[in-house]
Structure formats: structure tokens, C-alpha cells
Write a protein that binds this ligand. Structure first.
Ligand code: 7TS
Length: 403
């Protein structure tokens, strides 16, 4: 039989599907053995959330069975074990992102909370009436609404980098938007609705020339490609654990230490203080200053296990395999009469958004579901993207390395 992806080899090909070992990898994900409506599950909704390998499930079970305790407070044995696991999770995230210090890694609930933290803390401190914040036309609502909220409060305004018909940012327009009024740039690395990979290094470089800090929404980049925050030189980077084969309810905000040091806390409570009296509270040092209350300890440990899992496969290998898969899927989809791809950027990752003449996106989703195929149909929490392309919704297949 000819090889599914390269379609040239009679033998397992070292470059793609069989060489990569997707079939073997699938065995690590018990949920992928599920049948839906009597059909084997084909899970193509990875941009919404990814499935969890057995290694992550075992780690969560082991944590609650053997280590469960609160962190940073008990001198008793279990509390020390849990604290050690929690903090070594931070170290693993730091290494994964190639950040310089553990204190630059803040655990959050997810991408959304990370952006809200920066908007409410950095934004509240630095934005003034008349200032501008730049986002792009392809942001998830999570990278629009938090900035709208703080801009409204500060009487600042939001400026939007437009995109072309392929779903690529118009960089000349971005350069034109940058001015003395610009106080912050917050841009997505990979679009969840279009799959576009943005020229994030250029975006950061242009902002830095004017001394403007940049936040990168890495929610859809982190599962698909290696990320090095020092090489990118971004000021903030956010992502969600559940899109990286880890648990829900855990996410990461990376921030450069000097910026995080200068920012006020986002929430008040336990753990984020070093001393409290009714007269005055002294805040804790980084990273604890931004982690009020009992954190998602199990989530952090599960995320560390997920990172260990993807690192074993290799982020470069994952990126190479998925790029072939995307090319293969694009070729098959565009051969279907009446099918229109939304998002045809030259640089793309992991997402195939499409419409079919005369068929509503939700009907595509329902019909595929009956075949055991999970996709998402809707606006993908990116209503401005739908508006830009003049459509109410798209059907979206989003990939992972087990597809
Ligand atoms: N930013 C991007 C680019 C995203 O794709 C998402 C979630 C978020 C932020 C928010 O992440 P959260 O974990 O805090 O919710 N995207 C999607 C999606 O495409 N379908 O469901 C969720």
C-alpha cells in the first residue's frame, strides 16, 4: 500500500506518517480508542482542546493518590513533596520556553487569564487617556476583550492590524499604526480560526525599535512548534496547558523579570504576600506575587508531564509531521467541488477552516459527527475574523500529531 502522506513509498517512510510513528503514538491516548455513533473516533478539534496521553493521566492519578497536599505552607512531609513537584513543574516550563529564570513563569488558569493579568496589571499601571494598544484582525476574543476593557477604563483606544484575503497580516499597515501613542502590542502567533503563522519576530522587532512591549498569544503555537521566548525576545508569552496535551485549568504567563517586577499584583490573597497587617501588606516576590490563593497544583504537575511527553517526541519532529499532514489535508479538501478554504496564508499551522457551497457549517459538523469525526463549527471565538471574510461561521478541522 502506498504511504498516506508522501504517497511515494511502498515501505514505511522515514520522513512522514509511518516514520514519525503516529499510529504508535495514538496508543498513548486512550480516548482515541473510543467509538462515537458506532464509528472509531477521528478527533479533529485540537484547537479547542487536545487529548491527554496516558503519561499525563497517570501523573494526575499519582499526584492525588500519593502526594496531595497544599503548597508553600506546610512543614509536613506531603506539603514539601507537593511543593517540590509544583516548583519543578515551573522549572520544566521555564526550560521548555527557554526562559532565563523560574520567577518569570507565572501559573494561570489559561491563556485568557494570562492576558487579563497583563491587561489589568501592566495596562492599569501604564495606560493613559489618548494612548493606543495594537492587536491584530485575527485575534481570539481573549486577546480583544481584556484590552477593550482596560482601554475603556483608561480612555485609551484599540488599533487593529488588518489582514489580506489570504488571512495574512498587512505589515506595512502595522508599521503605520506604530506611533508615540502606542503603549502596547498584543498579537497572536498562530490564528485559531485561520491557521496563519504570523511573522512574530518582525512584529516584536518593529515594536521594540520604539520601546513598546509585546505580548504573544501562543495558545495555538505551543502545541505545534518549538517556542523560544529569549530568541523571540517577546516581553510576555501566554498559553494554555489543555491545548498542549495537559489538563484544563492550568496555563502559563511568561514575562520578562524586570517587567513583572514593576507590575502591581493582579489578585490579592494567600501566597502572594510576605506580610499582612491591617495597616499595610507587603507583597511576595516573583513569581508568587501573581499567584494568589491555592494554585492548580495537580494541573501544574500534569502540564509538566505533558511537556515531558511532547519533548520526547520532539517539537521539531511534531512541526515537520504536522506540516505534511496540513499539506495533505489541504490537497484533499480543495479537490472537493464547492469547497472554499478560509485562511490560505503561505505560513500555516494545524488548522483547516472551510465552507461548502449550499451547506451550513453546523450541518457539516453534525454530519461528520455521525461518522465519528469531531470538528468545530462556528465562529471559533473570533467573530471579527468571520466578519472580515463575510461569513457567519466556518467548519474547522484542527490537527495534532496523533491524527
Ligand atoms: N487565544 C487563542 C489563539 C485561542 O485559540 C484560544 C482558545 C484562546 C486564546 C483562549 O484559550 P483558553 O484556554 O484561555 O480558553 N481557542 C479555542 C478554539 O479555537 N476553540 O475553542 C477554544
Amino acid at each position: 500500500m502506498k504511504h498516506a502522506v508522501c504517497r511515494t513509498s511502498e515501505e514505511p517512510c522515514q520522513e512522514c506518517l509511518v516514520g514519525f510513528g503516529a499510529e504508535k503514538i495514538r496508543e498513548d491516548f486512550p480516548i482515541l480508542w473510543t467509538k462515537v455513533h458506532g464509528k472509531p473516533l477521528v478527533y479533529l478539534d485540537n484547537a479547542a482542546t487536545t487529548q491527554k496521553p496516558q503519561a499525563v493521566l497517570d501523573t494526575l492519578m499519582r499526584y492525588y493518590t500519593e502526594e496531595n497536599s497544599n503548597v508553600h505552607r506546610g512543614i509536613h512531609f506531603l506539603s514539601q513533596v507537593a511543593t517540590q513537584s509544583y516548583e519543578s513543574g515551573r522549572t520544566r516550563v521555564r526550560q521548555f520556553l527557554n526562559a532565563s529564570h523560574d520567577r518569570e513563569i507565572i501559573f494561570t488558569r489559561g491563556t485568557t487569564e494570562g492576558i487579563n493579568l497583563v491587561a489589568q496589571s501592566y495596562g492599569r499601571k501604564h495606560l493613559r487617556a489618548g494612548d493606543e494598544v495594537i492587536v491584530s484582525a485575527m485575534e481570539h476574543h481573549s486577546n480583544i476583550v481584556p484590552w477593550q476593557m482596560i482601554c475603556e477604563e483608561k480612555r485609551a483606544s484599540l488599533k487593529v492590524i488588518p489582514m489580506n484575503d489570504a488571512g495574512e497580516l498587512v505589515m506595512d499597515e502595522y508599521e503605520r499604526l506604530l506611533s508615540d501613542r502606542t503603549k502596547f502590542v498584543s498579537v497572536v502567533q498562530v490564528s485559531n480560526a485561520l491557521g496563519t503563522v504570523n511573522p512574530i519576530s518582525d512584529i516584536i522587532g518593529l515594536a521594540h525599535r520604539r520601546g513598546i512591549p509585546v505580548l504573544v498569544d501562543g495558545a495555538q503555537a505551543i502545541p505545534h512548534m518549538p517556542v523560544d521566548v529569549r530568541a523571540l525576545d517577546c516581553d510576555f508569552y501566554v498559553f494554555s496547558g489543555h491545548k498542549l496535551f495537559g489538563p484544563t485549568g492550568i496555563g502559563v504567563l511568561y514575562g520578562k523579570a524586570e517587567l513583572l517586577e514593576s507590575m502591581p499584583p493582579y489578585q490579592g490573597g494567600g501566597d502572594m504576600i510576605s506580610a499582612v497587617s491591617f495597616e499595610k501588606t507587603v507583597y511576595n516576590t516573583l513569581p508568587h506575587k501573581f499567584e494568589a490563593g491555592t494554585p492548580n497544583i495537580a494541573g501544574t504537575i500534569g502540564l509538566a508531564a505533558a511537556i515531558e511527553y511532547v519533548e520526547k517526541i520532539g517539537m521539531q519532529q511534531i512541526a515537520a509531521y504536522e506540516s505534511e499532514l496540513l499539506e495533505y489535508g489541504t490537497e484533499l479538501l480543495t479537490a472537493i467541488p464547492g469547497l472554499r478554504l478560509i485562511g490560505t496564508a503561505k505560513e500555516k499551522a494545524g488548522v483547516l477552516s472551510f465552507l461548502l457551497d449550499g451547506v451550513h457549517a453546523h450541518d457539516i459538523g453534525t454530519i461528520l459527527d455521525l461518522e465519528g469525526v469531531a470538528i468545530r463549527a462556528g465562529h471559533h471565538c473570533a467573530m471579527p475574523v468571520m466578519k472580515r471574510f463575510g461569513v457567519p461561521a466556518t467548519a474547522r478541522a484542527s490537527l495534532a500529531f496523533y491524527n
